[in-house]
Design a protein around this ligand. Sequence first.
Ligand code: ARG
Length: 490
Amino acid sequence: MFSDDAPAGEAPCDERPTGATGTVPTTLWHGRFTGAPADALAALNDSLPFDQRMFAEDIAASRAHVSMLAAVGLLSPGERDDIAAALDEVEREIAEGAMVWAPSDEDIHTAVERRATELCAAAAKMHTGRSRNDQVATDLRLWTRNALDELTQLVVDLARTLARRARQAHETGLRLPGYTHLQQAQPVGLAHHLAAHAWALLRDVERLGDARRRTDVSPLGAGALAGSTLPLDPSLTAAALGFARIFENSLDAVSDRDFVADALYALAMTGVHLSRLGEELVLWSSAEFGFVTLDDTFATGSSMMPQKKNPDVAELARGKSGRLIGHLTGLLATLKGLPLAYNKDLQEDKEPLFDAVDTVRLVTLALDGLMGTVAFNADAMAAGADDPFAAATDLAEWLVARGTPFRDAHELIAGLVRQALDGPDPSSRPSRLAALVRAHPDLGAEAAQLLTPGSAHVRRTTPGAGGPDAVAIQLERLEAALEAAGAVGG
Ligand code: ARG
């Protein structure tokens, strides 16, 4: 009754068929079945609960398809307009929450077609030359393209906030110890540290853009798997939907979910970056570090311990990355054993993608707010940055600049460090190191100058280094890259 070559019902739209008359079938595929689907099958099979969020994309793709059918002579202009009006009405009903879903609505494609056909008999021609297999791939590509654009902007926004805080930190000369192995290593500007996170996010923006480019291919016109005997023109639907390209192979068009995996990888990688930033904020807000004070609007309290101020936003940025990684690996596992072409397993593509997009949106917005409001504690940072031991490499390099082989210089300074660390009073270790340097015949007063506060920060001048002169150049480049990234995706 619902197949493409069946009489399509020429009733104008004011003669609305209704479900009660029996003109609308129980399912779109019930024709060859005698029994109704079991409840347990419907519960497993139905994707409407989660794919209804693609309703706007589904209707946009149907509009494009219907226009194409009219352009190639498979629908009359009147039928095209009637179906378009019915689709407008379905879109309005769903957007306003007025849509009455039917038990037979197994997915958004079924539901839109069922309702459009109730509103206008000509909509029974809407599925001409189309399958849910090319339809769902089209809808999901449209949805993913929009989502990638939105998230690209949010990630750019967070990177801009980091760059703005970096610029402020640069202008006020804030510095902190840089770490390796989470041990204080060499001092860097706070601007340098914040900018490092911004550069990572800029790579995410590139990856999101790469995913977008591979998403931007129209599969509509591939049919169930092998194209059509009807004179369809896939380039018309692709152009109407703003796709950059059309599919090359109908089997590939309906089987390909690489774009979902690409998006999930880009989002997982973004999540990993957000997690690493979160982890540092957790550390930095601890009493032991004391580098930052979280604004009250982005911190939480304890229900038991009145004194607590907790970094939940940063912890969730760290914690949520787990599910992002899980979504990527889960989808890859789903895809890896599938024969061509469409298999129902592919329905498992949507929930991980939707959740990954929602998760990255939540975390990015919250971290943006946190980073925009966090206070940096200059004294706590400087105490670590200006520790004379953090200038030990500088002492060795001072000797190297005067001809000593680096290995020998390293050994000499390591010996002084060892001596300075020996002794009962930890608080006098820094001054002991300075005294040892001053007294050493190969070093002396000039070398001891390297241990004065700020020196080791300022003297890191090589390209991309953490000292203020190099950071000034870097920030210009970062700000220009962010400016350019603002145009990505759109
Ligand atoms: N709900 C399905 C999905 O998400 C739509 C495609 C169903 N196609 C089919 N031939 N059963 O993948």
